[in-house]
Design a protein around this ligand. Structure first.
Ligand SMILES: Cc1ncc(COP(=O)(O)OP(=O)(O)O)c(N)n1
Ligand SMILES: Cc1nc(C(=O)O)sc1CCOP(=O)(O)O
Length: 160
């Protein structure tokens, strides 16, 4: 979740985190693509406080420095972000590392690098993210059954 999108919907990022947890979310990702570092860190600390109260892990998208600064539970990295093996070295053995994967090769590399889960998709178009492509459901099956391990699937939606 991200502050910008939630602001558009008239709620704060912390309200969004609370609502997600009330709705049974078992892990939260903070994904701030447009925030300044200071604002990102502040949001991460505020979200983490709520997550800790409820025993729900919080992972930070892209930014290992933010995750380290607030002692978040982990990070999510894309194919053009910090490689998972470097993230593992920086974060240590206990933190959660997720990696976005669109091919079997991505997935195999992620597991070799010490990822805890892979994010596979998206499988439907979205207008919330540019410069990225949708994969076929068949490809998603190949990526996830190939590795038979923990994965999430990005679905995609259309924001008006
Ligand atoms: C769970 C999950 N899966 C995939 C993504 C996408 O991550 P990435 O490829 O790094 O793209 P951005 O999020 O940086 O736009 C994700 N964030 N979470
Ligand atoms: C964060 C993210 N990355 C994607 C990718 O394809 O790499 S899809 C995605 C989430 C898109 O979800 P929504 O459409 O609900 O905004």
């Amino acid at each position: 979740m991200d502050s910008g999108m939630n602001k558009k919907w008239g709620r704060s990022i912390t309200d969004a985190v609370k609502a997600a947890i009330e709705g049974s979310a078992t892990i939260i990702q903070l994904r701030e693509k447009d925030a300044d570092t200071g604002d990102f860190l502040e949001a991460a600390r505020a979200c983490l406080k709520i997550c800790r109260l409820h025993g729900v892990p919080l992972v930070v998208n892209d930014r290992i420095d933010i995750a380290l600064a607030c002692d978040a539970d982990g990070v999510h990295e894309g194919q053009s972000d910090m490689p998972a093996h470097v993230a593992r070295t920086l974060l240590g053995p206990e933190k959660i590392i997720g990696v976005s994967c669109k091919t079997q090769q991505h997935a195999q590399q992620a597991w070799r690098d010490g990822a805890n889960y892979i994010g596979c998709g998206r499988v439907y178009p979205t207008n919330t993210k540019a410069n990225n492509f949708t994969i076929a459901l068949f490809d998603r099956e190949c990526v996830t059954t190939e590795t038979k391990r923990l994965h999430t699937v990005q679905t995609g939606r259309n924001e008006q």
